[in-house]
Design a protein. Structure first.
Length: 300
């Protein structure tokens, strides 16, 4: 049996994302496996894993907004920006009020510049930043632009602060806590992190990778279409499916016949389905009234 689809895993603390993926690999060999967004060993929660031809859709999942519950300890700092490093407690650190934290958090919503942590997987001259930092080298990564859609203070009892954050890809939650604390004249380390959602993949519908086996795996696999739910859809005839899978163009649907041709011309990508409603390709309009495939997902 050839496995294909998407798994919404609930990664437990203490294992790497790679280890979680390996637990899936042993069940689906020889199918390819890939994940859409790493979680540090400290972190738990949603880890979306693509299997088989669904690995061709990883970038669409990476585009989806992410949601986290991050727990921080104020008045403390560490080189890793979390409790995995050597934590130092600040002397005479200010104790901000709930209102002050809420007000300060508003300044970090929107398109912001964020300096990634030195202990991160970002490459510096071919080497991971965290490896350089572990070797005692000074690592100062340049700030980069990230999207933060929402920050809500879920709980606060000094020194513990819990934030509910919705953001785009590339955002470091521990760095967000660091910068928020610095704006309040103090410091913070992250003590726990749970990713509660990636797009429509929510923690409530996730599965611990440790409980997956040959008997229940299929029941947890979602169809590849779940990766592109935001794209408009078009249903193809059997002949059109064959043409698309051969890398050929198909004609844009006649407006009078389908009522969708005009709207399809306004989008960059279209999800193409077969008669059974299965995703068979991603199409784009070439500008001349024809659609061409950019990704094919053959149905075995």
């Amino acid at each position: 049996m050839t496995h294909r689809g998407i798994l919404n895993l609930n990664k437990p603390a203490g294992i790497s994302s790679r280890r979680a993926v390996d637990l899936v690999k042993r069940l689906v060999r020889p199918a390819k496996v890939g994940h859409a967004g790493t979680l540090d060993p400290l972190a738990t929660g949603v880890l979306v894993v693509c299997v088989g031809v669904a690995t061709r859709l990883i970038e669409y999942i990476q585009r989806m907004p992410k949601r986290y519950l991050g727990t921080f300890l104020l008045g403390r700092s560490s080189p890793t920006e979390d409790v995995e490093g050597d934590v130092t407690e600040l002397s005479d650190a200010p104790v901000p009020t709930h209102a002050q934290i809420t007000a300060a958090a508003k300044c970090f919503v929107g398109r912001i510049a964020q300096r990634p942590p030195s202990f991160s997987a970002i490459k510096v001259k071919g080497r991971r930043a965290y490896k350089l930092a572990r070797d005692g080298q000074l690592v100062q990564l340049p700030a980069r632009s990230v999207n933060v859609y929402r920050i809500e203070v879920k709980a606060y009892k000094y020194p513990e602060l819990v934030l509910d954050v919705e953001c785009g890809g590339g955002t470091y939650i521990r760095s967000l806590g660091r910068d928020l604390a610095e704006s309040l004249g103090t410091a913070a380390v992250m003590s726990a992190l749970t990713r509660t959602a990636i797009g429509n993949f929510r923690i409530e519908q996730s599965v611990d990778p440790g409980v997956l086996n040959n008997n229940n795996l299929t029941g947890w696999l979602q169809p590849p279409l779940a990766a592109v739910e935001c794209l408009p859809r078009i249903r193809l005839s059997a002949e059109e499916v064959t043409r698309v899978h051969n890398g050929q163009f198909i004609e844009l649907p006649n407006k009078e016949a389908s009522g969708i041709a005009a709207s399809l011309k306004c989008v960059e990508e279209i999800a193409a389905l077969d008669a059974a409603g299965r995703l068979v390709a991603i199409l784009i309009d070439d500008g001349s009234g024809r659609l061409r495939p950019t990704r094919n997902l053959p149905i075995e």
